[in-house]
Design a binder for this molecule. Sequence first.
Ligand code: AHN
Ligand code: ZN
Length: 329
Amino acid sequence: MKRLLHSISMSLSLLALMAASCSSTARSSQNAADSVANNQQLPSVHFNADSAYSFVEAQCAFGPRVPGTAAHSRCGDYLVSQLKRFGAVVTEQKAKLKAFDGTALDMRNIIATINPDAQKRILLLAHWDCRPWADNDSDPANHSQPVMGANDGASGVGVLLEICRSLQSSPASVGVDIILVDDEDWGNHNGDEESWALGTQYWTKNMHEPGYRPAFGILLDMVGAKGATFYQEYYSTTYAQSVVTEVWNIAQRLGYGAMFRNSRGGGITDDHVFVCRAGIPCIDIIDMRLDSDNGFFEHWHTTTDTMQNIDPATLKAVGTVVLTLIHSM
Ligand code: AHN
Ligand code: ZN
């Protein structure tokens, strides 16, 4: 059934995408990430996966970061303080949003600007909130329990915190903007795509800088699990093919081809879709499993999305690939 829903939402969006392919967004994305030629040497970077792992662990130590809870608010303060400690200029966006079920959400997007004077910029995103319900758990009694989100939330944020820390000691020439988006995961599985990614949807309508135009964006979602496989996600290849090509190319050259598969995956309604629709080509590096019913890792939206299933090797691969791209621009 979930498969069916995926394909329905995919064919609907195909229509929209055919129109979008004629726009300037699609054209400009052709050249968004054309910097590393195949014959050019890749910069050598060091991404500290143990440090990234400790950032994932620290978020989980607050408990599930469900909007409206003390764990969410404390973890938000922690993320702001870490990004400041790593030398970024941090701004916050706060707004009252309404979830699909009527719940009032105090949204908090956390934005870190690195190398603010650089003209050429890259946008990096990850959601930091946790889903309030483990509604994919095999035990229905757990459906009302929150998700810890070690992978679904904390992993992407952990990699981005470590990239921020790394850029402080080894600066890049390009500017980097990290947005830790809130309220991604309070969504409805009835096919209502606008119920997801509320923090990102807010940001696209209220950008932190008027006329903000990074070269492209990269969303990290579920980038920490053991055995992760990153297929080329459908909306990413539609709106930002050159960025996908670049990222997967770097991954192959670094020896991460078993994780970064050189083949197409399905479409996922995720933060990047709304960024793309706002005119910024953005890809989603997301763990997709072709052998599971819902297309995601086995602990997705269950009470077992915990530190036990986080593998530093996955964080290492994703962090190294993204950091290499940053230093090659
Ligand atoms: C849907 O299931 C429609 N989107 C998945 C987006 C997501 C949820 N990523 C992590 N959690
Ligand atoms: Zn989720």
